[in-house]
Design a protein around this ligand. Sequence first.
Ligand SMILES: Cc1cc2nc3c(=O)[nH]c(=O)nc-3n(C[C@H](O)[C@H](O)[C@H](O)COP(=O)(O)OP(=O)(O)OC[C@H]3O[C@@H](n4cnc5c(N)ncnc54)[C@H](O)[C@@H]3O)c2cc1C
Length: 415
Amino acid sequence: MRRYSAWALWREGLRGHAGWDRAWTSPLPKPRYEVVVVGAGGHGLATAYYLGKNFGITDVAVVEKGWLGGGNTGRNTTIIRSNYLQDPSAAIYEKSRSLYETLSQELNYNIMFSPRGVMMLAQTEHEVRGYRRTAEANALQGVQTEFIGPERVKELCPIIHIEGPRYPVLGALWQPRGGTARHDAVAWGYARACSDMGMDIIEQCEVTGIDSAGGAVTGVRTTRGAIGCNKLAIVVAGHSSVLAEMAGFRLPIESLPLQALVSEPIKPCMDVVVMANTVHGYMSQSDKGEMVIGGGTDGYNAYTQRGSFHHIEETVRALCETFPIISRLRMLRQWGGIVDMTGDRSPIISRTPLGNCFVNCGWGTGGFKAIPGSGWAMAELVAKGAPGPLAAPFGLERFREGRFIDESVAAGVAH
Ligand SMILES: Cc1cc2nc3c(=O)[nH]c(=O)nc-3n(C[C@H](O)[C@H](O)[C@H](O)COP(=O)(O)OP(=O)(O)OC[C@H]3O[C@@H](n4cnc5c(N)ncnc54)[C@H](O)[C@@H]3O)c2cc1C
């Protein structure tokens, strides 16, 4: 595939942009592949990419029931951070964040990674203690974060009202190399690289059944015919339990709607990401000028990509309190995704009761930031049939053994 460069842009500009290749091809499915990955979200595509890049496995199909990146990957608020409490989490999220630093160059695709800094506000004494503890844990884990006072918060983000009526800002956990990236570009960049390696990305192809014999998967049934495979990777976020049921096992996952909204675009007024977990809302400003806003999950399980109206009201109320400047902004768009939540708010990257079937899910409200690291770890699991150091703690057996990786503080509310 022809590389993107300033020179290529100039050349194509002279000839009406007629010479660009398609970023990825849309072939018909072949009868059989070495690996079938179900789900062309960021995690599925990253899994395919690192299978090719790290293990030389390119006989891979990524099958997607809708359009590429149309699940949570194209619906999230794009926050990237690695300031988690537990060591296994810090390891995989920091691996991911560090891969993001150079992903545009690696994929030759501008994913618009913007390490503008992420702050998580402490608005109660309990949060102050919690975030101080996380900062200490991060120091031991080699993750660069610090606990900052309210004056520094105001300096970094002047539009915050630090003396709020209900919950004044008492400080924040600050990660200077956290930030954002353009979500769909991450999916597109991985897809282009996978296609370039000869992999098939098959959209509008829903998996409707999983065939197995002798304790192993033999293939999948899809709306575009049967596809055989030697290994199956299920990477479908909110639909993980549905696919697991097809394969004949159960997952400790609940699917919940989570929604976000953006305002009309305004002039630049905020160049950091702010998360306010006590009042429950978070905000950043996109490169287009829109204020990107998110809140919490709905209080009931569902498969809608919409979310309930009262959540919008609660989220906007929380943010108006924290950022009075936005109180007269008009909202432009609202949408939802179906997030896959585990009890300990940590992901599952695991073998399953079927020998050649692997599952990657449970990223819940915070898996965008994990896409490169998760793909890296999942590819190793699929290629070797056993987890490497990044994935090992996240196996399904932890639920049976009571060995939870409790991230309810770092991930239960925030993103
Ligand atoms: C509103 C919102 C805000 C968020 N904010 C953040 C944030 O700021 N930071 C962060 O890190 N994370 C955030 N997240 C979470 C993040 O988006 C997800 O954890 C991540 O995108 C999951 O990626 P994925 O590839 O696993 O899933 P998805 O992108 O959902 O991909 C799964 C794919 O599987 C496909 N699929 C499902 N069933 C089938 C089938 N039967 N056959 C074929 N294909 C199938 C789906 O169509 C989908 O495209 C947010 C999520 C939402 C909804």
